[in-house]
Write a protein of this length. Structure first.
Length: 162
């Protein structure tokens, strides 16, 4: 084994990676700007899959000489188009939206935990109370509703003081 080749094959490969990487990055940024803010919104499970696929495609573009820039750009465009198509259909079809996105889950109501929902959602009381504190409450008794949103965040609606 040649120890030099383990760290550097040739300068041409490095230069090629830098040029292709810069162009692929610029292409991805351009496509994301064209696709709109929805592509970059808080992630739900579907958005996470698209984001990971975009990262994987960009990585392949940067590191695999067998993937041409045009092919990688086409793959990036396809992923962003599919994400756009799914969100476009989701807005127009509630049934399709339920298929690809999770529904919010009520974790607490009127100052009491909904223990079955918390267990099913794998949310601990400590995580729930952290969201209560972030919203200005101190204890679960301060909560009117506590909801696990479809993007994984927990939102709290506090009881009004009388």
């Amino acid at each position: 084994m040649n120890w030099g080749e383990m760290f550097l094959n040739d300068w041409e490969g490095i230069l090629s990676t830098i040029i292709a990487g810069a162009l692929a990055y610029a292409t991805l940024v351009l496509f994301l700007r064209i696709s709109g803010k929805r592509t970059l919104a808080k992630l739900n499970a579907f958005d996470l899959v698209v984001t990971v696929a975009l990262g994987s495609t960009l990585s392949a573009l940067l590191l695999q000489k067998s993937v041409a820039l045009a092919e990688g750009a086409a793959a990036l465009a396809l992923l962003i188009f599919l994400q756009f198509l799914v969100t476009f259909i989701s807005v127009r079809s509630p049934g399709f939206a339920r298929l690809v996105r999770s529904e919010p889950t009520l974790l607490a109501r009127h100052g009491a935990f909904c223990e079955a929902a918390m267990r099913q959602s794998r949310i601990t009381e400590g995580e729930a109370l952290s969201a209560v504190r972030s919203s200005g409450g101190r204890h679960i008794s301060d909560v009117e509703t506590l909801i696990l949103e479809s993007d994984g965040t927990i939102s709290a609606s506090l009881r009004r003081s009388s």
